[in-house]
Design a protein around this ligand. Structure first.
Ligand code: KIV
Length: 274
């Protein structure tokens, strides 16, 4: 094994192991939605997140509001077929946890039972600490999500960075502290300035996982399709590690040319009678 290769593990990463990474080697997190991609990413990631971003990147929705429990379950099952070692977290979709703690518990149990994922993630809001407390007290591992909350797109009027005023800054800090006090094992911090991400990371004892939140967090997450360059629009905080949109376009163009020229399939790609 080369020194560049991640050490092989015999069992799945656990929530306590993730908590123990606070202030240590940064946690590597990516979104996953399908079996083949989960299989490719699993050896390299500590956490795979079945994010409700799947509504946008897989299903072409304008935002995450239309994502359903059934969509999350279908993709969660697909990811679990490909993920052997990474800890798998599944998003609770909009409308599946806000009505009350019992609704949240029933839907979290359904997500975990029907997919086999290890934890749920839910976005912050005025009542979220009560929900996290209720779920964690009943044996459910919960990841919080503060700062920019994609499920609040309609009240916020778009995907807007958070913490730009002092009042908003204090609100984000409180949500992070409340999530920790309620029992969350880690929190995603999305779309906040570096100094706020750093302050939250210093104030809470659970790992912070940043997206558009600077290198001051305890880990990083990106939407995989963004970092693979599958879209023409790229948010400022995304780094492209591949240009798959161009690669796929070029491959499909070559295939179309070969089919039209009858150079595909060639004899070696054809069955013949014995
Ligand atoms: O849905 C998602 O992919 C997420 C990440 C952006 C953190 O919540």
């Amino acid at each position: 094994m080369s020194s560049q290769t991640a050490p092989s593990r015999t069992k799945r990463v656990t929530a306590p192991e993730i908590q123990a990474r606070k202030g240590q080697t940064p946690l590597v997190v990516l979104t996953a939605y399908t079996t083949p991609m989960a299989r490719i990413m699993d050896p390299h990631c500590d956490i795979l997140l079945v994010g409700d971003s799947l509504g946008m990147v897989i299903h072409g929705l304008p935002n995450t509001i239309g994502v359903t429990m059934e969509m999350m379950i279908l993709h969660g099952q697909a990811v679990m077929r490909g993920a052997e070692k990474a800890f798998v977290v599944i998003d609770m979709p909009f409308g599946s946890y806000e009505a009350g703690v019992e609704q949240a518990f029933a839907n979290a149990v359904r997500l975990l039972k029907e997919t086999g994922a290890q934890a749920v993630k839910l976005e912050s809001g005025p009542t979220v600490a009560d929900t996290i407390r209720y779920l964690t007290a009943r044996g459910i591992a919960v990841m919080g999500h503060v700062g920019l909350r994609p499920q609040a797109v309609n009240v916020d009027g778009g995907f807007k960075a958070k913490g730009r005023t002092e009042a908003e800054r204090q609100k984000v800090i409180k949500e992070a502290q409340d999530s920790e006090a309620a029992g969350a094992f880690s929190i995603v911090v999305e779309g906040v300035a570096a100094d706020l991400a750093g302050e939250i990371t210093r104030l809470v004892r659970i790992p912070t996982i940043g997206i558009g939140a600077s290198a001051d967090c305890d880990g990083q997450v990106l939407v995989t399709d963004d970092m693979l360059g599958l879209f023409d629009w790229t948010p400022k905080f995304v780094r492209h590690y591949a240009d798959l949109r161009t690669e796929i376009g070029t491959a499909v163009e070559s295939y179309a040319k070969d089919v039209r020229a009858r150079s595909f399939p060639a004899p070696e790609e054809t069955y013949f009678a014995k």
